[in-house]
Design a protein around this ligand. Structure first.
Ligand code: GRF
Length: 206
């Protein structure tokens, strides 16, 4: 944390960046004591980069093809994040699996958002998986990132009802609304130092 107690964030993205936008809006409204030191995207055409630039936030493109393997990709990312003295790494639609190089450099300091109630429906197309399974409720999960895919300690979850006529698009839209609220709430808990981890259980102070 910086001297002024401002949490230094980095947000990693691949696409639209609506979660990024919500975080920016909360910071600008004084509701999150944080600053975004950079936005890193593995896609040059990610709309999230445009959102960052509109708010004067540095955007960095790390194309997958610029690196020989996943570990060297992560090593370069770690260098950038360390240079910027990042306290918390926020994955917001970042479509890459992290290696131990990143996870080891930021233990329990990388958050991810997943569009389902973990441990159900890990991986891609979680909303379609939920529809296909026929669940009555789905939602989103904010968790710390560990070495598995969507397996890390769960910080917060929000529940969204699944209606009979929902499609992947309508369910995704409902879940995204919940995501925006839940992600900033989880980041706020981190900033306020209210999160501790006991084994894999996340304990939240009142
Ligand atoms: C979200 O649905 C999130 O759950 C998933 O990727 C999507 C990112 O959306 N990991 P956006 O780029 O923040 O709009």
């Amino acid at each position: 944390m910086s001297k002024k107690n401002i949490c230094r964030l980095a947000v990693l993205v691949s696409g639209n960046g609506s979660n990024l936008q919500t975080i920016i809006d909360h910071i600008e409204a004084g509701k999150l004591k944080a600053e975004i030191t950079c936005v890193i995207s593995n896609k040059a055409d990610a709309y999230a980069l445009e959102r960052a630039s509109r708010h004067g936030i540095e955007g960095i493109v790390h194309a997958n093809s610029d690196f020989a393997d996943r570990r060297s990709y992560d090593a370069r990312t770690v260098d950038i994040l360390k240079e910027r003295k990042v306290d918390l790494v926020v994955l917001a639609g970042f479509m890459r699996i992290l290696t131990d190089v990143m996870i080891g450099a930021f233990p329990n300091r990388i958050m991810n958002i997943h569009p389902a109630l973990l441990p159900s429906f890990k991986g891609l197309h979680a909303q379609q998986q939920a529809l296909d399974y026929g669940v009555r409720y789905s939602g989103c999960t904010i968790h710390f990132v560990d070495s598995g895919t969507d397996t890390g300690p769960i910080i917060m979850q929000s529940v969204v009802p699944v209606e009979q006529n929902d499609t992947e698009d309508t369910l995704s839209a409902k879940i995204q609304k919940a995501e925006h609220k839940t992600y900033v709430a989880a980041i706020k808990l981190f900033i306020e130092g209210k999160i501790t981890i006991d084994n894999r259980r996340v304990l939240i102070a009142d």
